[in-house]
Ligand binder design. Structure first.
Ligand code: WT7
Length: 661
């Protein structure tokens, strides 16, 4: 009874807060903020190129300082800080160790079973040098691609930085992807080596990673080496001449490996992300511009004071959020972070809050999907923990609805923490649209305005003309240092995807957005066939091709459907092969195929059996109509349909589905 009363009180309070339009930085925050003068925006806008050059030289340690900012002689192949030379791992490690900060904790690591490990900058520096030497010894050279398929363990940062140290290009694959996806990504990138683990723990269970990888890697030719980190002791077959244990090569490697200065435009990593077609895009980032972008944004968006803050980005290193805001940004700034191996509900639903209390975390950066889950579990869970150390909250990955924003603000932030809702993408490398916590008045649900030095606008869909108030397509008007340099070995697709609709000087984001009368931006969602499930980007084509791999499936059309928990959920319309009857078993079979081909997170939540799919006369599936029908809306224009009867049948199917519920 008491908790019920309390939660309904909270409901009422949140309801009232919905009426508040703007939130000022909390009292006292502005006074101590790194940036508190709004003039910073004008200064940056006056000469963005010079402003970024200043950020790059002020915040990074260069072997050769760059003298120039942007080279835009061959758009859209932009270059930044071209005559500079630096090493990303030296910026993340050596400079802190050399300045006497080696004892500072880089990661308070917490394992699933409660193990604790404080990894210092000196520890990372030691292991990265040894591992870099080991990789060289294994034949990895500057410019080679190295795959990384690891859970959230400190070795994932060591692996990335060891690659960066010798100029190898890492290609991290999120641990939630299936081994088949890993094999595919290794193939696309012609990876020479793969770093993985014997097994991975998830909610008390251990999955055999190396064994599964082997099953899919057999025919892989370019892969010369697999380095296996022994973490769980689970059985782990090793192939003579190809596979080595991490601990053994580390122990055998010489301890010193000076960081090799790289040209600013030397590739740092590729990261595959979903596009409109079934084939994922290898987003390519280079060293100088990327490091400048993540270091500046991590410092100023989170108002980071490395000496006193304890920062926690609760993402996975396998996504760009982890690359930029668990590894490169925080380490470059000398921050102390929390790294959590596990799930938010293991061993209990309050584990996040337990970790914040334990490590006195001051900054939390999380996804709206997690916040919505916590709301569902109830405010009484975080209320049991001391969250008073928190002073700033961040949100990333999808639009945050005002109610979730207010809950985050009140229940987690105790109304004293500014919220930075940060909009960006794998392609942008770093945060692009965000409040500055000591300057910006925030509006729940809006990512507010571009970071200084970034130019964004909302433009008309057909004419590309900037809209001063209203809805349209989001574009970035000027090149920025941490922008993608291309799609790995797919120049044409790079131009076609981002720089064809509005020309080579404007980057097409792929999101629809609204701009309000204060010039605040409200990102609505993707305009392409990309679905955002719990902040994970998936292409409908990718899921479709996984579904049709099932032997009983003839055809499939996938759409994203609004979902209370995951933002969007996968809904699949499936046509079975002649003679096959729909069944629950078949549903599980199809979901299993998707898990195997892509990963569990891509499994369709809803499957609708369709005798036929709605198509245009030229045979294109009309997803717009499927979206209407799945969400119970009146159907839009059906005049281009080849066979209007198809929609009637589908509507009848959906009605049946409703009856069964
Ligand atoms: C897409 C990029 C940013 C790193 C994680 C996702 C959506 C991202 C926000 C936000 C509204 C957002 C966009 C974007 N998105 N952040 N704060 N508000 N939408 O990276 O997988 O490359 O996905 O995520 O639709 O285009 P990603």
């Amino acid at each position: 009874m008491a908790t019920e009363e309390k939660s309904s009180d909270l409901e009422v309070q949140l309801e009232q807060m919905l009426g508040i339009e703007k939130f000022d930085p909390p009292p006292g925050f502005r006074e101590n903020a790194l940036w508190s003068d709004p003039k910073i925006y004008e200064q940056a806008a006056a000469d963005p190129e010079a402003w970024w050059l200043r950020q790059a030289t002020e915040l990074l340690d260069w072997e050769t300082e760059p003298t120039q900012g942007l080279n835009d002689s061959n758009p859209p192949f932009y270059k930044w800080f071209e005559d500079g030379r630096l090493n990303a791992s030296a910026n993340c490690l050596d400079r802190h160790v050399e300045a006497g900060r080696g004892d500072r904790v880089a990661y308070h690591w917490r394992g699933e079973e409660g193990e604790e490990l404080d990894v210092t900058y000196a520890d990372l520096h030691r292991d990265v040098q040894r591992f870099a030497n080991a990789l060289k010894d294994l034949g990895v050279e500057k410019g080679d691609v190295v795959g990384i398929y690891l859970p959230m363990i400190p070795e994932v940062a060591v692996s990335m930085l060891a690659c960066a140290r010798i100029g190898a290009i890492h290609n991290v694959v999120f641990g939630g992807f299936s081994a088949e996806s890993v094999a595919e990504r290794m193939d696309f990138s012609e990876a020479k080596a793969l770093i993985t683990v014997d097994g991975a723990r998830r909610k008390g269970k251990t999955a055999p990673i190396k064994t599964t990888v082997d099953e899919h890697m057999g025919s892989h030719h370019a892969l010369k080496t697999i380095v296996v980190i022994r973490k769980t002791g689970i059985e782990c077959p090793m192939s003579e001449g190809r596979d080595v244990f991490y601990d053994e090569v580390l122990a055998a490697a010489p301890p010193e490996c000076p960081a090799e200065p790289m040209e600013a435009e030397h590739p740092l990593f590729i990261l595959y992300t979903s596009g409109s077609t079934a084939k994922p895009k290898g987003i390519l980032h280079t060293t100088g511009g990327y490091m400048a972008g993540v270091t500046a944004t991590h410092r100023y968006v989170f108002d980071l004071k490395p000496e006193t803050d304890v920062y926690w980005c609760a993402a996975d290193v396998g996504w760009v959020t982890g690359h930029s805001y668990i590894v490169y940004g925080p380490l470059s700034n000398g921050a102390t972070s929390v790294m959590w191996e596990g799930a938010p509900d293991h061993p209990h639903q309050g584990i996040w809050w337990e970790l914040i209390e334990r490590y006195k975390a001051t900054i939390l950066y999380a996804a709206p999907t997690a916040i919505r889950t916590f709301i569902k579990w109830g405010a009484d869970i975080p209320e049991k923990f001391d969250l008073s150390s928190l002073r700033l909250l961040g949100s990333v990955g999808e639009p945050i609805n005002p109610k979730a924003w207010l809950w985050y603000h009140k229940v987690i932030g105790g109304e004293r923490c500014p919220i930075v809702d940060t909009w960006w993408q794998t392609e942008t490398g770093a945060i692009m649209i965000t409040p500055l916590p000591g300057i910006t008045e925030t509006k729940p649900g809006s990512a507010t305005t571009p970071f200084p030095g970034v130019a964004a606008s909302v433009v008309g869909e057909s004419d590309g003309e900037p809209i001063s108030e209203g809805q349209g397509l989001l574009v970035l008007e000027k090149p920025w240092p941490s922008m993608l340099r291309g799609l790995y070995k797919e120049d044409e697709r790079f131009i076609e995807t981002y720089f064809s609709r509005f020309g080579k000087e404007r980057y097409l984001v792929g999101d629809a957005a609204r701009v309000d009368s204060d010039g605040y931006l409200w990102v609505i969602g993707r305009i392409d066939d990309v679905v955002n499930v719990s902040g994970h980007r998936l292409s409908t084509a990718e899921v479709e091709s996984a579904i049709v791999a099932h032997e009983k499936v003839a055809e499939a059309a996938v759409i994203g459907q609004a979902d209370e928990d995951t933002g969007q959920a996968i809904c699949a319309f499936v046509t079975l092969r002649g003679g096959t009857e729909p069944s629950d078993e078949l549903i599980e079979g199809i979901r299993g195929t998707v898990a195997e081909r892509i990963g569990k997170f891509a499994r369709p939540k809803r499957i609708i059996w369709a005798d036929e799919l709605p198509k245009t006369r030229s045979g294109k599936i009309m997803r717009r109509l499927l979206r209407d029908i799945a969400e119970g809306r009146a159907l839009g224009d059906v005049t281009t349909l080849r066979d209007p009867e198809v929609m009637k049948e589908l509507e009848a199917k959906i009605a049946e589905e409703g009856d069964e519920d």
